[in-house]
Design a protein around this ligand. Sequence first.
Ligand code: ZN
Length: 319
Amino acid sequence: VSRYIGIDLGGTAIKHGVVDQKGTVLTSGSTRTPDRGREGILSCMAEIARRYMDLYPILGIGVGTAGAVDFARGRVLGHSPNIPGWGDTPVRELLLERLDLPVAVDNDANCMALAEMHAGAGRGCRSAFFLTLGTGIGSAVVVDGRLLRGAHSLGGEWGHSTIVHNGRMCACGRRGHLEAYASAPALVRRTLELARQGLPSVYAELSDAAAGALDSEEVFKAAAAGDAAAAQALTETASYLADGIASAVNLLDPERIVLGGGMAVAGSPFVGAVVEEVRTRVHSAVTPYVDLVTAELGNRAGFIGAALLLLDSMAGTAG
Ligand SMILES: [Zn+2]
Protein backbone atom coordinates (compact mmCIF):
# COMPACT_ATOMS: atom_id res chain seq x y z
CA VAL A 1 0.00 0.00 0.00
CA SER A 2 1.25 3.48 -0.91
CA ARG A 3 0.21 6.25 1.45
CA TYR A 4 0.16 9.98 0.82
CA ILE A 5 -0.74 13.00 2.91
CA GLY A 6 -3.33 15.33 1.41
CA ILE A 7 -3.72 18.89 2.67
CA ASP A 8 -6.55 21.17 1.53
CA LEU A 9 -5.96 24.80 2.48
CA GLY A 10 -9.09 26.93 2.80
CA GLY A 11 -9.73 30.42 4.15
CA THR A 12 -11.10 29.14 7.47
CA ALA A 13 -9.97 25.51 7.74
CA ILE A 14 -7.18 23.20 6.66
CA LYS A 15 -8.62 19.75 5.90
CA HIS A 16 -6.13 16.91 5.80
CA GLY A 17 -5.71 13.19 5.85
CA VAL A 18 -3.76 10.12 4.83
CA VAL A 19 -4.96 8.53 1.59
CA ASP A 20 -3.88 5.36 -0.19
CA GLN A 21 -3.27 5.02 -3.93
CA LYS A 22 -6.93 4.12 -4.55
CA GLY A 23 -8.19 7.27 -2.85
CA THR A 24 -9.29 5.49 0.33
CA VAL A 25 -9.02 7.71 3.40
CA LEU A 26 -7.08 6.02 6.23
CA THR A 27 -7.37 8.88 8.69
CA SER A 28 -8.35 12.54 8.47
CA GLY A 29 -8.76 15.74 10.41
CA SER A 30 -9.40 19.46 10.25
CA THR A 31 -7.40 22.36 11.65
CA ARG A 32 -8.23 26.06 11.86
CA THR A 33 -6.32 28.06 9.25
CA PRO A 34 -3.70 30.10 11.16
CA ASP A 35 -3.91 33.86 10.62
CA ARG A 36 -0.16 34.41 10.87
CA GLY A 37 0.43 34.61 7.12
CA ARG A 38 2.69 32.42 5.01
CA GLU A 39 5.03 31.24 7.82
CA GLY A 40 2.14 30.33 10.10
CA ILE A 41 0.42 28.30 7.40
CA LEU A 42 3.59 26.46 6.34
CA SER A 43 4.48 25.61 9.96
CA CYS A 44 0.96 24.35 10.53
CA MET A 45 1.14 22.16 7.39
CA ALA A 46 4.53 20.75 8.43
CA GLU A 47 3.18 19.98 11.89
CA ILE A 48 0.17 18.15 10.41
CA ALA A 49 2.48 16.18 8.10
CA ARG A 50 4.88 15.18 10.90
CA ARG A 51 2.00 13.88 12.99
CA TYR A 52 0.90 11.58 10.14
CA MET A 53 4.50 10.58 9.37
CA ASP A 54 4.75 9.25 12.94
CA LEU A 55 1.76 7.02 12.27
CA TYR A 56 2.38 5.77 8.73
CA PRO A 57 5.18 5.35 6.19
CA ILE A 58 4.42 8.26 3.82
CA LEU A 59 5.53 8.57 0.18
CA GLY A 60 4.69 12.22 -0.35
CA ILE A 61 2.54 15.26 0.42
CA GLY A 62 0.01 16.96 -1.83
CA VAL A 63 -1.33 20.45 -1.18
CA GLY A 64 -4.52 21.84 -2.69
CA THR A 65 -5.14 25.57 -2.46
CA ALA A 66 -7.54 28.17 -3.82
CA GLY A 67 -6.37 30.46 -6.59
CA ALA A 68 -3.92 30.12 -9.45
CA VAL A 69 -1.12 27.58 -9.01
CA ASP A 70 1.92 26.89 -11.15
CA PHE A 71 1.80 23.10 -10.89
CA ALA A 72 5.18 22.52 -12.53
CA ARG A 73 6.96 24.74 -9.99
CA GLY A 74 4.69 23.99 -7.02
CA ARG A 75 4.06 27.67 -6.55
CA VAL A 76 0.96 29.69 -5.64
CA LEU A 77 0.66 32.71 -7.96
CA GLY A 78 -0.81 36.17 -7.55
CA HIS A 79 -2.54 37.17 -4.34
CA SER A 80 -5.07 35.23 -2.27
CA PRO A 81 -7.87 37.49 -1.04
CA ASN A 82 -9.21 34.77 1.31
CA ILE A 83 -5.83 33.80 2.81
CA PRO A 84 -3.75 36.89 3.64
CA GLY A 85 -0.04 36.48 2.95
CA TRP A 86 -0.45 33.26 0.98
CA GLY A 87 -0.17 34.67 -2.54
CA ASP A 88 3.03 34.28 -4.54
CA THR A 89 4.42 31.49 -2.32
CA PRO A 90 6.82 28.75 -3.50
CA VAL A 91 4.93 26.14 -1.48
CA ARG A 92 6.82 23.09 -2.68
CA GLU A 93 10.24 24.63 -2.08
CA LEU A 94 9.35 25.86 1.40
CA LEU A 95 7.72 22.58 2.46
CA LEU A 96 10.69 20.60 1.13
CA GLU A 97 12.92 22.64 3.46
CA ARG A 98 10.79 21.50 6.39
CA LEU A 99 9.99 17.91 5.38
CA ASP A 100 12.18 15.59 3.40
CA LEU A 101 9.39 14.22 1.17
CA PRO A 102 8.15 14.84 -2.39
CA VAL A 103 5.60 17.69 -2.51
CA ALA A 104 3.02 18.50 -5.20
CA VAL A 105 0.78 21.60 -5.26
CA ASP A 106 -2.28 22.35 -7.36
CA ASN A 107 -5.47 24.39 -7.24
CA ASP A 108 -8.49 23.05 -5.36
CA ALA A 109 -10.61 22.44 -8.48
CA ASN A 110 -8.00 20.12 -9.99
CA CYS A 111 -7.67 18.29 -6.67
CA MET A 112 -11.43 17.82 -6.47
CA ALA A 113 -11.46 16.44 -10.01
CA LEU A 114 -8.67 13.95 -9.26
CA ALA A 115 -10.46 12.72 -6.14
CA GLU A 116 -13.77 12.25 -7.94
CA MET A 117 -12.04 10.51 -10.86
CA HIS A 118 -10.36 7.98 -8.56
CA ALA A 119 -12.89 7.48 -5.81
CA GLY A 120 -16.09 9.37 -6.59
CA ALA A 121 -18.51 10.41 -9.33
CA GLY A 122 -15.95 10.19 -12.14
CA ARG A 123 -14.84 6.62 -11.39
CA GLY A 124 -14.36 4.60 -14.54
CA CYS A 125 -14.41 7.64 -16.84
CA ARG A 126 -11.60 8.63 -19.19
CA SER A 127 -12.86 12.17 -19.70
CA ALA A 128 -14.94 14.48 -17.55
CA PHE A 129 -15.80 18.12 -16.96
CA PHE A 130 -15.99 19.35 -13.35
CA LEU A 131 -17.71 22.44 -12.04
CA THR A 132 -17.81 23.40 -8.34
CA LEU A 133 -20.41 25.96 -7.32
CA GLY A 134 -19.39 27.89 -4.23
CA THR A 135 -18.27 31.42 -3.40
CA GLY A 136 -16.61 31.21 -6.79
CA ILE A 137 -16.95 28.68 -9.58
CA GLY A 138 -14.07 26.25 -9.88
CA SER A 139 -13.65 24.00 -12.87
CA ALA A 140 -11.38 21.24 -14.10
CA VAL A 141 -11.10 19.16 -17.24
CA VAL A 142 -9.90 15.57 -17.56
CA VAL A 143 -9.13 14.29 -21.06
CA ASP A 144 -7.85 10.76 -21.71
CA GLY A 145 -7.40 10.24 -17.98
CA ARG A 146 -5.24 13.33 -17.53
CA LEU A 147 -5.92 16.71 -16.02
CA LEU A 148 -5.83 19.41 -18.68
CA ARG A 149 -3.56 22.12 -17.28
CA GLY A 150 -2.68 24.17 -20.32
CA ALA A 151 0.61 25.76 -21.31
CA HIS A 152 0.97 27.76 -18.05
CA SER A 153 -1.00 25.61 -15.60
CA LEU A 154 -3.79 28.15 -15.92
CA GLY A 155 -6.31 26.19 -17.99
CA GLY A 156 -9.74 25.00 -16.91
CA GLU A 157 -10.95 28.33 -15.50
CA TRP A 158 -14.42 27.90 -16.96
CA GLY A 159 -16.03 29.97 -14.19
CA HIS A 160 -14.55 33.01 -15.93
CA SER A 161 -15.94 32.30 -19.36
CA THR A 162 -18.21 35.03 -20.70
CA ILE A 163 -21.85 34.03 -20.87
CA VAL A 164 -23.37 37.54 -21.08
CA HIS A 165 -21.80 40.21 -23.25
CA ASN A 166 -20.92 43.21 -21.03
CA GLY A 167 -22.90 41.56 -18.24
CA ARG A 168 -22.70 41.68 -14.45
CA MET A 169 -19.36 42.47 -12.81
CA CYS A 170 -17.47 39.36 -11.76
CA ALA A 171 -15.33 39.11 -8.59
CA CYS A 172 -12.28 38.92 -10.90
CA GLY A 173 -12.96 42.45 -12.17
CA ARG A 174 -14.26 41.54 -15.63
CA ARG A 175 -17.84 41.44 -16.85
CA GLY A 176 -20.35 38.78 -17.82
CA HIS A 177 -18.55 35.74 -16.46
CA LEU A 178 -20.40 32.56 -15.48
CA GLU A 179 -19.28 33.08 -11.86
CA ALA A 180 -21.16 36.38 -11.72
CA TYR A 181 -24.39 34.53 -12.57
CA ALA A 182 -24.20 31.05 -11.08
CA SER A 183 -22.07 31.20 -7.91
CA ALA A 184 -23.67 31.07 -4.46
CA PRO A 185 -23.27 34.84 -3.83
CA ALA A 186 -24.75 35.56 -7.28
CA LEU A 187 -27.82 33.48 -6.44
CA VAL A 188 -28.31 35.33 -3.14
CA ARG A 189 -27.85 38.75 -4.78
CA ARG A 190 -30.39 37.95 -7.51
CA THR A 191 -32.94 36.67 -4.96
CA LEU A 192 -32.72 39.93 -3.00
CA GLU A 193 -32.92 41.96 -6.21
CA LEU A 194 -36.11 40.16 -7.32
CA ALA A 195 -37.63 40.48 -3.83
CA ARG A 196 -36.98 44.23 -3.82
CA GLN A 197 -38.46 44.51 -7.30
CA GLY A 198 -41.74 43.20 -5.89
CA LEU A 199 -41.84 39.43 -6.41
CA PRO A 200 -43.64 37.93 -3.39
CA SER A 201 -40.86 37.03 -0.95
CA VAL A 202 -39.91 36.71 2.70
CA TYR A 203 -36.84 38.76 1.74
CA ALA A 204 -38.75 41.85 0.54
CA GLU A 205 -38.22 43.83 3.77
CA LEU A 206 -34.88 42.37 4.80
CA SER A 207 -32.46 44.75 6.55
CA ASP A 208 -29.05 45.23 4.95
CA ALA A 209 -27.40 43.32 7.80
CA ALA A 210 -29.76 40.35 7.42
CA ALA A 211 -29.32 40.45 3.64
CA GLY A 212 -25.55 40.33 4.08
CA ALA A 213 -25.86 37.18 6.20
CA LEU A 214 -28.16 35.34 3.78
CA ASP A 215 -26.61 32.26 2.18
CA SER A 216 -27.53 30.09 -0.80
CA GLU A 217 -28.72 27.23 1.42
CA GLU A 218 -31.47 29.48 2.82
CA VAL A 219 -32.46 30.56 -0.69
CA PHE A 220 -32.89 26.89 -1.65
CA LYS A 221 -35.09 26.32 1.41
CA ALA A 222 -37.16 29.43 0.68
CA ALA A 223 -37.69 28.33 -2.93
CA ALA A 224 -38.85 24.88 -1.76
CA ALA A 225 -41.27 26.61 0.63
CA GLY A 226 -42.79 28.58 -2.28
CA ASP A 227 -40.94 31.90 -2.09
CA ALA A 228 -41.40 33.46 -5.56
CA ALA A 229 -38.18 35.53 -5.61
CA ALA A 230 -36.05 32.59 -4.48
CA ALA A 231 -37.71 30.25 -6.98
CA GLN A 232 -37.27 32.71 -9.84
CA ALA A 233 -33.61 33.34 -8.95
CA LEU A 234 -32.98 29.59 -8.90
CA THR A 235 -34.65 29.12 -12.29
CA GLU A 236 -32.48 31.87 -13.78
CA THR A 237 -29.33 30.50 -12.15
CA ALA A 238 -29.98 27.00 -13.51
CA SER A 239 -30.46 28.53 -16.95
CA TYR A 240 -27.21 30.54 -16.90
CA LEU A 241 -25.35 27.55 -15.56
CA ALA A 242 -26.72 25.40 -18.38
CA ASP A 243 -25.43 27.97 -20.89
CA GLY A 244 -21.94 27.68 -19.44
CA ILE A 245 -21.98 23.90 -19.17
CA ALA A 246 -23.38 23.43 -22.67
CA SER A 247 -20.55 25.47 -24.22
CA ALA A 248 -17.98 23.34 -22.39
CA VAL A 249 -19.73 20.14 -23.48
CA ASN A 250 -19.68 21.27 -27.10
CA LEU A 251 -15.93 21.81 -26.87
CA LEU A 252 -15.00 18.71 -24.88
CA ASP A 253 -17.66 16.04 -25.49
CA PRO A 254 -16.92 14.66 -22.00
CA GLU A 255 -18.01 11.21 -20.87
CA ARG A 256 -19.46 12.78 -17.74
CA ILE A 257 -20.16 16.20 -16.22
CA VAL A 258 -19.72 16.41 -12.44
CA LEU A 259 -21.33 19.25 -10.46
CA GLY A 260 -19.92 19.87 -6.99
CA GLY A 261 -20.26 22.40 -4.19
CA GLY A 262 -23.06 23.16 -1.78
CA MET A 263 -25.57 24.08 -4.51
CA ALA A 264 -25.28 20.68 -6.24
CA VAL A 265 -27.42 18.31 -4.23
CA ALA A 266 -28.20 14.95 -5.82
CA GLY A 267 -31.82 14.65 -6.91
CA SER A 268 -32.63 18.32 -6.25
CA PRO A 269 -35.01 20.15 -8.63
CA PHE A 270 -32.18 22.63 -9.28
CA VAL A 271 -29.79 19.98 -10.63
CA GLY A 272 -32.69 18.42 -12.57
CA ALA A 273 -33.40 21.78 -14.22
CA VAL A 274 -29.73 22.23 -15.11
CA VAL A 275 -29.57 18.80 -16.78
CA GLU A 276 -32.73 19.42 -18.80
CA GLU A 277 -31.49 22.81 -19.98
CA VAL A 278 -28.03 21.55 -20.86
CA ARG A 279 -29.69 18.94 -23.11
CA THR A 280 -31.59 21.66 -24.96
CA ARG A 281 -28.50 23.90 -25.37
CA VAL A 282 -25.75 21.57 -26.58
CA HIS A 283 -25.23 20.68 -30.21
CA SER A 284 -27.97 18.17 -31.01
CA ALA A 285 -25.48 15.42 -31.89
CA VAL A 286 -24.16 15.51 -28.30
CA THR A 287 -27.59 15.60 -26.59
CA PRO A 288 -27.97 11.82 -26.07
CA TYR A 289 -24.58 11.69 -24.35
CA VAL A 290 -25.17 14.37 -21.72
CA ASP A 291 -24.45 12.55 -18.45
CA LEU A 292 -24.54 15.07 -15.61
CA VAL A 293 -24.15 13.85 -12.02
CA THR A 294 -23.36 15.42 -8.65
CA ALA A 295 -20.02 15.03 -6.88
CA GLU A 296 -19.82 12.27 -4.26
CA LEU A 297 -16.97 13.19 -1.95
CA GLY A 298 -18.16 16.57 -0.65
CA ASN A 299 -15.58 18.67 1.18
CA ARG A 300 -13.26 15.66 1.54
CA ALA A 301 -12.52 15.77 -2.19
CA GLY A 302 -9.94 18.57 -1.68
CA PHE A 303 -7.50 16.69 0.55
CA ILE A 304 -8.15 13.30 -1.11
CA GLY A 305 -7.31 14.80 -4.52
CA ALA A 306 -4.30 16.66 -3.11
CA ALA A 307 -2.88 13.31 -1.93
CA LEU A 308 -3.59 11.69 -5.31
CA LEU A 309 -1.92 14.63 -7.06
CA LEU A 310 1.39 13.28 -5.95
CA LEU A 311 0.63 9.73 -6.98
CA ASP A 312 -0.45 11.03 -10.37
CA SER A 313 2.51 13.31 -10.95
CA MET A 314 4.93 10.52 -10.04
CA ALA A 315 3.15 7.93 -12.18
CA GLY A 316 3.06 10.42 -15.03
CA THR A 317 -0.64 9.83 -15.57
CA ALA A 318 -1.57 13.45 -14.93
CA GLY A 319 0.15 16.76 -15.44
ZN1 ZN B 1 -14.54 36.40 -13.65
